[in-house]
Design a protein around this ligand. Sequence first.
Ligand code: ADP
Ligand code: MG
Length: 615
Amino acid sequence: MKTQSDLRAHLRAIDHRSYPAYKELRGSYDFGGFLLQIDHVQGDPFAAPSAVSVTVPAAQAAFPSAFLSPGHRRTALEDHLVRLFSREAEKYSGKARGSGKSGRMEVSRPGQEVLARSACTVSERGDVVFRMEIGFPANGRTINARELEKILFEFLPACVRAALYYRSVDRKQLKAGIDLSDDQLFIRQELGKRGLCAFVADGAVLPRESGVSDLPMRGAVPFYSPESLRVEMDLPHAGRVTGMGIKRGITLIAGGGYHGKSTLLHALERGVYDHIAGDGREYVIADNTAVKIRAEDGRSIVCDDISLFISNLPGGKDTVRFSTENASGSTSQAAAVVEAAEAGCRVLLIDEDTSATNFMVRDELMQRVIAPDKEPITPFISRARLLFEKNGISTILALGSSGAWFTPADCILQMDEYRPVDITEKAKEAAKAFSPSKEAAGEVSAGTSSAGGIFAGGSSAGEKSAGTPSAGEGPAGSAGNRTAAAAFLDPGPGLPAPRRILLPDRAFSGDRIKTKTMGRDGFVIDRRTVDLRHVEQLADSEQSAALAQCLLYAERRLMDGKRTLPEIADALLALIEARGPGAVAEGSYVRTGLAAPRKAEICAMLSRFRGLRVR
Ligand code: ADP
Ligand code: MG
């Protein structure tokens, strides 16, 4: 093993030589309290910075063993260390200079969500590995080794000392972070036990500072649950919390414009992740399979069975194996529902603001004028009930435009000046008064006849059938509501089981594959773009970077003509869970700057890949 003095001597020897001499530094050096490893050296000062990692052995890092078992606590510990390290590293940014990326210390900077990151992995024994990128300094293309010496012998050790030893971190703060993660996991587990889709604590701060800042809004109206939906939980550390429990079934977030509908929905979207202390959404927890779906015209779709929503397309186009390079608003949203189900989603989150109107509802007058055989779409309103009863998929929907939804909904909230009010009964009564004949008869119009015709879909609406929800998973509504709601249950079998089996796409076979991440919005591999702008629950650009690596990995080893798309996502997740997000970039030095995506986002990425080939 080489030592730090060896490194210093070597640095002095290569000073003023031409840039490629830096390559000789690759290797491991014992720095006493930690091991420094130079994993990859950039080719020139303008290239992507060099990859450097630090390993602090368990004996010296000395974090308590209670924090180390795999799972949420260890992720919270790792997240905490990344934040400490990056805060420290910021003090030194720009202090070493030179041309190009000289002197840059690039350390992951987490946002409000707690995510597993390749930047820091702690093993079960307690060894801490921290990865970052450093721009090796140069003047022109001449090595400036004195500057690198400053970084490696002063700045870096200072960051390591401040962040990666238990003896030097603020223990109370670290413990608070771990305790919070315990409490968040507890709430997540309670959701399942209590038949809830989501929990929003009283006092939570949902709105953000601005459209470009994820920090909490100052002076916001705190969240306050309606009495009828209030639940209590006894958290292991924080004790009793109260808040709104959204039950499984169909929930509407209604209300006037600008009253906070989208803000609540957005908080639920992000509730699939844990948030740091001080965020305001610490106890806003949603079922972690929840998927926000929306219209996304222009996207590609490969072999989705969207026939539950769309049939009889012009020209007899197949909707059982539906493919297009350029989806419409409604077909893209239908595909999003089907793909979410394929990924194992239990809750759909939908905002009217980003939906295709004709996918969501169709009013009666339109049905009178446009003959049923000229309308390929059975709107989502006619299928939401079926999705819940047959596929166990709940829907939470923010909307202000169509009262037609009052009938199939189990729970109706009105956002009133940022406060939710339970208007379920009032809205149900109004809906009855609006179409008394239909409710009395308990029947649904088959298209164009009665006032209730607004809800009817293509051909099969009209059969009244009481679904058989699985035990403990019934919707929240009263018995009366169940009857009315049953009118929305089509006799059909629900969504088909996933069956898209992926074939290899041999496009990425060269040795030098260029990958470029476009922030949170997507990535390009060898000039092929995967657009993730409308995959709204991607919270971090490091998740998109990881998705790019997931695609490469899947393409090389998992798309084999045998595995289905969700099985491929499961295999990638298993790898990430076992060895951290860097595991999907194995064999490559691109192991910094990756954060764990969810299964839903891996599936969403694969589905949007234009090279996707399905058997
Ligand atoms: P809607 O979807 O009902 O039209 P939004 O959720 O978009 O309304 O909210 C409208 C505005 O109100 C946004 O600028 C949002 O940041 C702000 N807002 C939302 N919730 C709160 C709150 N609890 N306190 C203060 N402002 C809020
Ligand atoms: Mg809105």
